[in-house]
Write a protein that binds this ligand. Structure first.
Ligand SMILES: [Zn+2]
Length: 147
C-alpha cells in the first residue's frame, strides 16, 4: 500500500485550505484497495465552523458507509480528541498520520483502542503547520481548544 501517495492527497487538501486563508490540515479516506473515497480540509476560518476539522470534513464528504473497519483515514496531523472520538465511534481500522510533532493528539489512546496507526513523520507536514502556527498562534490555539 502506498501510504505516501495517500498522504499526498491529504497534503493537497491542506494546501488548498492554506490558500483559502485557513488552517493547513487535510485528510482523506481510502478503501483497503487504495481507492479514494473522499477528502477534505479544516474549514474553521473559511466557514466559521469549529467542527470542520480535516478529518470531519473528509468523513462527511464520504457519505454513509456500511462499515469503517476496512477504511483508511489519512490525515496530515495527529487527530485531536474530537476526531479521535470519531475514529473510535465509527471503528476506523487504520489511521495514517502525517506527523505528530506539532500536536500529539489522541494517537497513543487510539493505539490502546486497537486502531492501527501509521505515523509517516513527514517533514513537509511538520514544516507547513509549524509555519502556520508561528504566524497565527491565536487561530491555532482556538482550533485545539487552548485559551
Ligand atoms: Zn480534529
Amino acid at each position: 500500500m502506498n501510504y505516501e501517495a495517500m498522504l499526498d492527497v491529504a497534503m493537497t487538501e491542506a494546501r488548498t485550505g492554506l490558500a483559502e486563508g485557513g488552517i493547513p490540515i487535510g485528510a482523506a479516506i481510502f478503501r483497503a484497495d487504495g481507492t479514494l473515497v473522499s477528502s477534505g480540509h479544516n474549514r474553521r476560518v473559511q466557514e466559521g465552523d469549529p467542527s470542520a476539522h480535516g478529518e470531519t470534513d473528509a468523513f462527511r464528504r464520504a457519505g454513509r458507509q456500511r462499515s469503517y473497519r476496512e477504511l483508511i483515514l489519512v490525515t496530515t496531523l495527529a487527530p485531536c480528541w474530537y476526531c479521535s472520538g470519531l475514529i473510535k465511534q465509527f471503528g476506523f481500522g487504520t489511521v495514517v498520520v502525517g506527523e505528530s510533532r506539532n500536536f500529539e493528539g489522541g494517537v497513543a489512546w487510539l493505539q490502546e483502542q486497537g486502531v492501527r496507526i501509521l505515523n509517516l513523520d513527514s517533514p513537509e507536514c511538520v514544516e507547513m503547520l509549524d509555519r502556520y502556527i508561528r504566524n497565527h498562534p491565536e487561530v491555532w490555539n482556538e482550533d485545539i481548544g487552548v485559551d
